[in-house]
Ligand binder design. Structure first.
Ligand code: NI
Length: 168
């Protein structure tokens, strides 16, 4: 296994829209990519990582919100449906925006349909932290970073701050 490089905001590659995986994509190389993404996420440490963040533009997400880091969950070609209109604010961070957090509003309860790492269909209902995490990671696959929900002024400040940090 090997650690992958995580793209950092405002890298334009984070704006790439990921394409769905097809049957022919389920190769040994894909299994390696998934293992490398888990290793990279655990090492960071983080609770979720979208393929977009490691410059791999397929609809693939790895998540583990457990304290013991023993509940790895792979989502391929995920689709979300809110189970109720209720939203909640929760503090979010992102491995692509180091050392920054903001309160973001997301659906409280969602249904997630996707494929697992071997291409088998799976369907889950989730809420709270896991629901926030899934929505955050699915945004990455669409080229959306959580800071996009902040005011333009805050976004401009962050963009300048991170560009300066990356030059240093
Ligand atoms: Ni993120």
């Amino acid at each position: 296994m090997s650690l992958l490089t995580i793209l950092e905001y405002p890298d334009p590659r984070l704006r790439t829209k990921a394409t769905p995986l097809v049957a022919a994509d389920f190769t040994a190389a894909l299994q390696q990519q998934i293992d490398d993404m888990f290793e990279t996420m655990y090492e960071a440490p983080g609770i979720g990582l979208a393929a977009t963040q490691v410059d791999f533009h397929k609809q693939l997400i790895v998540i583990d919100v457990s304290e013991e880091k023993n509940q790895p969950w792979v989502l391929i070609n995920p689709e979300l449906t809110p189970l109720e209109p209720t939203c909640e604010l929760m503090q979010e961070g992102c491995l692509s925006v180091p050392e920054y957090t903001a309160d973001i509003e997301r659906y409280l309860r969602i249904k997630v349909t996707s494929l697992d790492r071997h291409g088998n269909p799976q369907e889950f209902e989730c809420e709270g932290l896991l629901a926030h995490c899934v929505q955050h990671e699915c945004d990455h696959l669409k080229g959306i970073v959580f800071v996009d929900y902040l005011s333009r002024l805050k976004q401009e400040r962050l963009r300048k701050k991170y560009l300066k940090l990356q030059k240093a």
